[in-house]
Write a protein that binds this ligand. Structure first.
Ligand code: G3P
Length: 215
């Protein structure tokens, strides 16, 4: 299973990269705004800065919602760096754009996916990644993990190559359950990745070993 970090914070990306388990980064307009990145030039530079920290795929989201705009924006983003993956919303023109980018060999991440039908469309359009938002489904009393399970079944039935990128991951159990269900990638906040490290028996066991080593 691949781990992506879901942030535009360079320090957190560096910390996750230094841990040695990071496979990529996802961002979105809200995460860029959270870091105070404003203006087209600054936004584009920030994507390049992220690409220079990690060696894997970096999702950069378009903000256009009609085909020509998505195409223009996505091509500009893809030309920034070979690691850029163009993130496209699951809307009608987005599906058309996924197909277009796929035909041009541009990697894509279909975002804001909340149903198996949307994930099926993304795969048919040739998306590299599909991003089901499991935490936001949980927020509305719908089990996000059921969606991961359904998408895995559908993609396996037809051998779709689109990778399931579990998004809106909030805590370590989301990561573990997504791994059990066969999601290809989980994109997570740094806190969820580092929470996987923790176990009280590890801490107490280490304390005992270190104490005994002094004897
Ligand atoms: O990867 C999508 C993610 O950024 C959304 O997460 O926590 O805002 O639902 P959240």
């Amino acid at each position: 299973m691949k781990f992506f970090i879901d942030t535009a914070n360079l320090a957190q990306i560096k910390e996750a990269e230094d841990l040695g388990v990071l496979d990529g980064v996802t961002t979105n307009p809200s995460l860029m705004a959270k870091e105070g990145i404003k203006g087209e030039a600054n936004i584009l530079k920030h994507y390049v800065d992220i690409c220079n920290i990690v060696s894997g795929d970096v999702s950069a989201e378009v903000i256009s919602t009609e085909f020509e705009g998505i195409k223009k924006e996505g091509e500009a983003l893809a030309s920034l760096h070979k690691q850029i993956v163009v993130k496209v919303p699951m809307i009608k023109d987005g599906v058309k754009a996924l197909k277009y980018f796929s035909s041009k060999g541009i990697k894509t991440n279909c975002t804001l996916v909340f149903s198996a039908g949307q994930a099926l469309l993304a795969a048919k359009a040739g998306a590299t990644y599909v991003s089901p938002f499991i935490g936001r489904l949980d927020d509305v009393s719908t089990d996000g993990l059921d969606l991961i399970r359904d998408i895995r079944t559908i993609y396996d039935n037809y051998r779709y190559k689109t990778q399931i990128l579990a998004a809106s991951v909030r805590h370590p159990m989301h990561i573990i359950n997504c791994a059990k269900l066969g999601a290809d990638v989980a994109t997570c906040p740094l806190s969820a990745i580092t929470a996987l490290l923790k176990h009280p028996l590890t801490d107490s066991g280490l304390a005992q070993f270190l104490a005994d080593a002094k004897k």
